[in-house]
Design a protein around this ligand. Structure first.
Ligand SMILES: [Zn+2]
Length: 241
């Protein structure tokens, strides 16, 4: 356990949902995927979909944000990462981006910038980002995607975008909370988990789940009973982990 700070207490780890929709935000208000994770003074941003930069700088002083992770290269998880560089240039701030290498034009456009240091991650290895330890797991989507287990004062697992797959149990092993792409209606045919998958994970593993990646026209709240430890993500809500 980390020793108490000079202020005499240990900081909790917390999660702020900056955007919860995919593949685009809800009319007039919602934003696509992005999440801020804080552990003491360290900040890690998971993905940066459309409409989320303005929420990130509303939630935190961007100069305190050093670490970013992009789970996969779909536009609803990456587009505001391009806009971010205008802000980085303006204030002379440098960041570290964790991302899996991909030989593609979009990867090059996203990663090549003088204010961005890139660390290529891979499945099954631990990486350190300040006080965070990151471990990556292969997920099952239409493009390569890695879920990440983030260990700080607490442990958060993030699925990125995925169907249910055999690596989910390893990803969520020991997690206090799972931020999961599991908000599609039962019977949905596509590369995301459904409310049925969310209930199965909750019942089998007894883990707290924050259900995210909502379609703009569907919210799964009424599918989750009190027995399931599942909350539907709320934008700009701060979750203590
Ligand atoms: Zn995707």
């Amino acid at each position: 356990m980390r020793p108490p700070t000079i202020w005499g207490f240990i900081h909790n780890m917390k999660l702020t949902v900056l955007g919860k929709y995919g593949p685009y935000g809800k009319a007039g208000t919602g934003a696509a995927s992005s999440y801020l994770v804080e552990n003491g003074k360290d900040c890690l941003v998971l993905d940066m979909g459309a409409g989320t930069l303005s929420r990130l700088i509303q939630a935190v002083d961007i100069r305190k944000v050093k670490y970013f992770y992009i789970s996969h290269l779909h536009y609803d998880h990456t587009s505001d990462f391009l806009v971010l560089r205008y802000l980085l240039e303006e204030i002379g701030h440098k960041i570290v981006l964790f991302i899996e290498y991909e030989d593609s034009p979009w990867y090059k456009i996203l990663t090549e910038h003088r204010n961005i240091t890139v660390i290529n991650v891979c499945e099954g290895r631990e990486f350190t980002a300040g006080s965070f330890t990151l471990t990556f797991f292969r997920m099952k989507h239409t493009v390569p995607c890695l879920g990440v287990r983030i260990k700080g004062e607490k442990t958060l697992a993030y699925t990125g975008d995925t169907l249910y797959n055999d690596n989910i149990p390893a990803l969520i092993d020991g997690a206090d909370c799972v931020l999961a792409d599991c908000s599609k209606p039962a019977g949905f045919k596509g590369p995301h988990m459904t409310v049925e998958n969310a209930k199965k994970i909750s019942r089998e593993y007894g883990v707290r789940i924050i259900a995210t990646h909502l379609s703009p026209g569907y919210s799964p709240e009424k599918e989750f009973s009190g027995e399931d430890k599942i909350e539907t993500a709320q934008e700009l809500k701060v979750y203590e982990l």
